[in-house]
Design a protein around this ligand. Structure first.
Ligand SMILES: C[S@@+](CC[C@H](N)C(=O)[O-])C[C@H]1O[C@@H](n2cnc3c(N)ncnc32)[C@H](O)[C@@H]1O
Length: 187
C-alpha cells in the first residue's frame, strides 16, 4: 500500500521536477509497477543502486515497509543524499531506508546476503560491475530490475543478453517507463 503521506511526497516531487534537471528519475508508472512486484513477492530486502533525489526509492521503501523489510539505497552525490533523506523523512519512511553514501561499487561489498529485490539505476556502464558484487548476495528467490534498457541499448545490451542466458532466471523486457529488464529467479 502506498499511503497518503508517501503519495503526497511523490506528487510534490513531480510538481517540482523541473527544479531538479539531474534527477533522471523513473516515471510514476514504473515506480508503481515495481512497488506492486515487490509487494506480490513479499520482498523484505530491497536494494537500489542510484538513489538520486529518492523518487523511485519512495515506491521501493513503501513496499519494504509493507513487507516488514528495508530498502538499502546507494548514491554518491552529497546534495542528492541530503535532499533524498529529507523526502524519505517527509514521507515517514526513514526507518525503512538505509542510505549508503559514496561509490556503490565499494559500498555494495558490505551488503549482507539475502537480497530479494534489486533495482539497478546508476551509471549504465557500471551495471555489470554492480551485478558482479550483488549477484552472490541474492536470495534464491529474487527479482532484478535494470532501468533504461530501451534508452541505453548500447550500454546495457550485453548485460541484458547475459541475464537472459542465466538458466535459473527468467528475464524479459518491460515496456513501461524508460523500458526496463525484469529478471526473476523463482527459487
Ligand atoms: C538515473 S539516477 C537514479 C534515479 C532514481 N533511481 C530515481 O528513479 O529516482 C542515477 C544516480 O546514480 C548515481 N550514481 C551513479 N554512479 C554511482 C555510483 N558508482 N555510486 C553511487 N551512486 C552513483 C548518480 O549520482 C545519480 O544520482
Amino acid at each position: 500500500m502506498i499511503d497518503d503521506g508517501v503519495m503526497r511526497v511523490i506528487e510534490k516531487m513531480e510538481r517540482f521536477q523541473q527544479d531538479w534537471s539531474d534527477s533522471w528519475n523513473i516515471p510514476r508508472g514504473q515506480g508503481l509497477l515495481m512497488h506492486q512486484l515487490a509487494l506480490a513477492a513479499g520482498c523484505r530486502r530491497l536494494v537500489e543502486v542510484g538513489t538520486s533525489y529518492g523518487y523511485s526509492g519512495l515506491f521501493l521503501a513503501s513496499a519494504a515497509r509493507s513487507g516488514g523489510g528495508v530498502l538499502d539505497t546507494f548514491e554518491r552525490n552529497p546534495d542528492k543524499i541530503a535532499q533524498s533523506a529529507e523526502f524519505f523523512a517527509e514521507a515517514g519512511l526513514s526507518e525503512f531506508v538505509n542510505q549508503h553514501d559514496g561509490d556503490a561499487l565499494e559500498l555494495l561489498k558490505q551488503l549482507d546476503d539475502g537480497v530479494d529485490f534489486v533495482f539497478l539505476d546508476a551509471t549504465k556502464d557500471e551495471t555489470e560491475d554492480y551485478w558482479r558484487v550483488i549477484e552472490p548476495k541474492l536470495a534464491p528467490r529474487c527479482i532484478v530490475a535494470v532501468d533504461n534498457t530501451s534508452t541505453h541499448p548500447e550500454q546495457l545490451g550485453g548485460f541484458v543478453r547475459m541475464l537472459r542466458r542465466l538458466e535459473d532466471f527468467s528475464s524479459c523486457d518491460v515496456q513501461v517507463g524508460h523500458g526496463f529488464e525484469l529478471a526473476v529467479r523463482p527459487g
